[in-house]
Write a protein that binds this ligand. Structure first.
Ligand code: SF4
Ligand code: MG
Length: 321
């Protein structure tokens, strides 16, 4: 759970109540080595905050982050540095995450040095750089190593950002919308690269996206977030082909489908996600839900099993219905 305090303004300064944005509420998920886990949701659903919690760039309001069952202590000094090396983030905008005045060589050398892997001789360093570039399919490496970010395409820049993350020799990659700013034509190449690295390096990958269709293609497990909560999760095929939660159904119906004429597309559904300062009680989706019942506005639905480890947090699947 992560709540961000809201800064008080004007008259609020006098009041005792502290308001907060309840960005992440009771989210529980598990990543596995050698597997991709997708976290799908609209912007503002809290999915980036979840990634930042897992990287411990934000500290949770309550709950814990564990690695192989051991709780991570962000104040744990050396131990914490070891954690942050094992869990690397990849951001949406590869241009913003690379320093424009430095070359690829600088970025990758720095990553290797921070993580104590630059090799002993200049030649070993050069080999390590070439190895990283080859891993992300920027070959031949000599062609890329002395380039500046502006001399590369968006896809190549994102590959450099991935190579930099690999410089730490991580076990998990937290990829926050890694392809959404790239040209549609090159997205698949970058996703395939991540998939390939996952297999070869047995990485656990968290794939954050608003594109549920790509989750089906790319992820083993898929979790769907709405307004700070996980509302559905399970095997990607099952979640995307047999969505149980009304919100996931809406998400799939409103996604553009190349096989369906535009006129048949439903518009983005009914209404907007709620404010997270004062979210609706009970099921946070109830003001927009076509199936809402009385219990929905009163009690938060727990996770109900809908088969084969696939769950939905929705009263439609509860006893109380
Ligand atoms: Fe709709 Fe109720 Fe299910 Fe929420 S719990 S999605 S309001 S039916
Ligand atoms: Mg985001």
């Amino acid at each position: 759970t992560k709540h961000f305090p809201v800064r008080k303004r004007g008259r609020e300064l006098l009041s005792r109540t502290v308001r907060s944005v309840r960005a992440v509420e009771d989210v529980s998920l598990r990543l596995h080595r050698g597997r991709v886990t997708a976290l799908v949701g609209e912007s503002g659903s809290g999915k980036s905050s979840v990634a930042r919690l897992l990287a411990q760039l934000h500290l949770q309001t309550s709950g814990s982050v564990k690695l192989y069952g051991r709780e991570v202590d962000a104040k744990g000094g050396r131990k914490f540095r070891a954690y942050s090396k094992r869990v690397q983030m990849i951001f949406q905008d590869p241009f913003a995450s690379l320093n424009p005045v430095h070359t690829v060589r600088y970025h990758l050398t720095r990553a290797l040095k921070i993580h104590g892997r630059p090799g002993k001789t200049p030649q070993e360093l050069e080999e390590a750089l070439h190895d990283l570039l080859t891993r992300v399919q920027l070959t031949p490496p000599e062609r890329y190593v002395d380039k500046f970010p502006h001399e590369l395409s968006g896809g190549q820049r994102q590959r450099v950002a991935i190579a930099r993350a690999l410089g730490a020799d991580p076990e998990a990659l937290l990829a926050d919308e890694p392809v959404s700013m790239l040209d549609v034509s090159i997205r698949l190449g970058v996703l395939n690269l991540l998939s390939d690295l996952k297999d070869r390096l047995r990485l656990a990958i968290l794939y954050i996206t608003h594109d549920i269709a790509s989750a089906r293609y790319f992820a083993d497990e898929t979790y769907v977030m709405y307004a700070g909560r996980v509302v559905e999760g399970g095997d990607s095929e099952s979640v995307t082909q047999r969505p149980a939660h009304p919100y996931t159904q809406l998400l799939i119906d409103s996604a553009p489908d190349p096989d369906r004429p535009a006129a048949e597309e439903k518009d983005g559904g009914t209404g907007e996600p709620p404010s997270l300062i004062d979210p609706p009680p009970g099921c946070r989706f109830h003001p927009r839900c076509p199936h809402a019942m009385k219990v929905c506005s009163e009690q938060v639905p727990p996770r109900f099993d809908v088969g084969e480890g696939h769950f939905a947090a929705c009263w439609l699947y509860g006893e109380e219905r």
